[in-house]
Write a protein that binds this ligand. Sequence first.
Ligand code: HEC
Length: 127
Amino acid sequence: MRPPHPEIVIPAKAGTHGATASQVEKWVPAFAGMTLFVWLSMAIPAVVAAAEMPPPGASSCSGCHPASTSVQTPVARLVGRPAAEIVTALQDFRAGQRPATVMERIARGFSEAEIAAIAAWYATQPD
Ligand code: HEC
């Protein structure tokens, strides 16, 4: 809807079209500061996350193996267990040498290197 008198400028809104030179001078440093802030806020968590990121596949384990001691479950917890223990268990599951309902099939889905990475990651997670 067009105002009845387009030539009448409402004082409160006067000057909002187009930035004056002084406004531009204020915006340039503000934009630079904002860019730095956005960059830092993305870069810092990325560095922190890189150290704690689970290796591929590790997060799929926690659907059945709980990370928290508060969860009552018959499925063993993996966090804080020696890496060698996890690796051996998975190798035995894969070879069909350890009784399993689901782990035999799950263990077959991972390579030696993936298992080693997952086991090492779980071993270092706080219990
Ligand atoms: C679908 C649920 C499920 C998923 C997903 C799963 N597990 Fe298991 N895990 C089990 C069950 C159940 C057992 C007990 C053996 C069995 O019945 O297969 C087990 C046993 C184990 C054991 C032996 C624990 C012990 O103390 O005897 C290890 C080690 C293990 N899993 C590691 C893993 C790893 C590593 C992953 C992710 C790559 C994983 N599991 C994903 C359900 C699961």
